[in-house]
Write a protein that binds this ligand. Structure first.
Ligand SMILES: Nc1nc2c(c(=O)[nH]1)N[C@H]1C(S)=C(S)[C@@H](COP(=O)(O)O)O[C@H]1N2
Ligand SMILES: [Mo]
Length: 340
């Protein structure tokens, strides 16, 4: 539903209830699918879905890699990528159906199911990204050229939303550091600022001021250069669905999900801390750093535990979302309580 006006500060708490409803509906749908499958004695390939796609779902790392990186393509295309990264978790992965239908992407509406419903309105090919600011070689570059020199890798990461739900998603992408390096950041580059596409024709949620558009995010330069930080073009063995931020989105797994900005059109290296959408919308609730921290509650709810989508019992939230060993050193000497 798009026709609704809420202040940004009103948006989040009710999502907890939306999640309960969503999960129950999912269970009902699953039950119905099993019944239909049994009745028809059909396999797991549903109408309109190729066997390759069904296989990609079952064995994400073993996608047949027939096509070259077709990022930004129309239908679900497969990607060529390496798997087995030392940064990947072996925890059970969230089902593709959940990861692609339970989304936050306010450009398409504030309900969890809006992005999957309206995401098709966004045209992701051709796609150009501008690399701006304190770099020796600024410019606008097409997505294919941006990706060409790199090997895509699979990274299975935990994703922890500030709303206290989480998923485990097999992303496919490249380290942000490798991309930034090609444009030669200058010494003045202390932060990186990202911007999402702004086009209310393609993004109907932008006709409502649920946030200030375009969506903006940022990282400190050392966070951006950290090997865990990736630009993703795919997930579950194939090109990103639009609702997950096609054709290019950031993934920063130790921070709350809103830092992982979708559908990026601009990356700027800057000297001072950039403004970020959620911080501008509600500075008392969403900070620039927003590292996952079970010891600092959101002003309106606890961050000590989370609901892993697909599980029924809550689990403890881990400091830095379980990536403390890799990233805690970035924040030595900082009181992270002050930078929620
Ligand atoms: N441009 C943009 N990026 C965004 C958002 C958004 O509304 N707009 N939502 C964020 C939030 S709150 C989360 S939890 C993640 C969700 O990513 P997913 O839908 O791929 O799970 O995307 C983040 N990136
Ligand atoms: Mo989120």
């Amino acid at each position: 539903m798009l026709i609704r006006i809420r202040r940004a500060s009103q948006v989040l708490p009710r999502e907890i209830t939306a999640e309960e409803l969503y999960l129950r509906r999912r269970e009902l749908i699953k039950g119905a699918a099993v019944a239909t499958g049994a009745a028809l004695l059909a396999g797991c390939v549903s109408p309109g879905e190729s066997e390759a796609e069904a296989d990609a779902k079952k064995e994400p790392g073993k996608a047949s890699a027939a096509s070259a990186p077709a990022a930004g393509g129309g239908g679900p295309a497969e990607l060529r990528f390496t798997s087995g990264s030392k940064y990947s978790t072996s925890e059970p992965q969230t089902e593709f159906e959940d990861a692609s239908r339970y989304n936050n992407f306010y450009e398409f509406g504030t309900d969890k199911e809006d992005p999957a419903e309206y995401g098709h309105m966004m045209k992701v090919k051709p796609w150009t990204v501008s690399i701006e600011g304190a770099v020796a070689k600024p410019g606008r570059i097409g997505l294919e050229d941006l990706l060409a020199p790199h090997t895509l890798e699979e990274r299975v990461y935990r994703l922890r939303c500030v709303e206290a739900w989480s998923m485990v998603i097999p992303w496919i992408g490249i380290p942000l550091a490798a991309v930034l390096g090609r444009f030669e950041p200058l010494a003045a580059a202390k932060y990186v600022a990202f911007r999402t596409l702004h086009d209310p024709e393609q993004m109907p949620g932008q006709r409502i001021r649920s946030l200030e558009w375009p969506y903006r995010e940022g990282l400190r330069i050392d966070e951006a250069m950290h090997p865990l930080t990736i630009l993703a073009v795919g997930m579950y063995g194939r090109v990103l669905p639009n609702q997950n931020g096609a054709p290019l989105r950031l993934v920063v797994p130790w921070k709350y999900g809103f830092k992982s900005i979708k559908s990026i059109v601009s990356i700027a290296l800057v000297e001072s801390e950039p403004e970020t959408s959620w911080n501008v919308a509600n500075p008392g609730e969403y900070g620039f750093y927003s590292n996952v921290n079970p010891e600092v509650d959101h002003p309106r709810w606890s961050q000590a535990s989370e609901r892993r989508i697909g599980e029924f019992r809550r689990r403890k939230t881990l400091p830095f979302n379980g990536y403390a060993e890799e990233v805690a050193g970035l924040y030595q000497g900082m009181d992270l309580r002050k930078f929620y």
